[in-house]
Ligand binder design. Sequence first.
Ligand code: ZN
Length: 275
Amino acid sequence: MSGIDWRIYEAGHCTHPECATRRGAPLASIRYPALAFLLQHPQQGSILFDTGYSEHFLAATRHLPERLYRAVTPVHLRSDEPLQRQLARDGFAADTISRVVISHLHGDHIGGVRDFPGAALICSRAAWDDMHTRGRLGSLRRGLLPDLLPEDFLDRVSWIEDAPRCELPRSMADFGAGHDLLGDGSLLAVSLPGHAEGQYGLLFTAASGATTFLVADAAWSSQAIRDGVPPPGLVTRLLGDTKTYRDTLQRLHTLAHAAPAIRLLPSHCNEWRTA
Ligand SMILES: [Zn+2]
């Protein structure tokens, strides 16, 4: 089959001291876009990978204790930035989105899921199970806002772990097997553990012919992958597991240098405008 047309949307952004995302980087705060991706499959229609921030996110973090999320991570979202509005302007009405693939359950990735009520959802069962073992505060401490998921989530979801396992390209042997999400080999979920429970990236061949790997939050920036420099342990320990995070980042670093033709794209990297 032919490759997948795709485009990138910035659905709001947050600010962080750069040194919180890359060890040894400057202390000054910089903006981190919340990227969402529209993939147009030749047969399966329009598919989203993550949804960025949204007005649902702003509502869910309006009061304590959830307000702490925004105190730690200042979020900026213009009224024209929610993903479904940007898609509508480009001619993709919400009801034309067939599926939403969720990389992981942090609020900046599932903020807009409620805006696509007709879409099938694809998510990690491990991520879901983890979220439900935590109480409200335990979830919040890990960047999880369960209220952002729709009430009919379980009726609409299929689990990534249940999709058939498949081989990845030889250069990605370090990542184990993938999961063939659509059954035609066009969209492969790749486990990227460490940042959050059940995090998956998405691997596909773009219409341009380029192998493209959306790596979610396995790195905060392309530079972090190129240099193999993780965030401080304090940050990765807060959200996930530092050793596992660093192992995943090291595999991406190795891949970036061994297979430079593969385009690696983290969800919060500013380079997307220029790449
Ligand atoms: Zn994120």
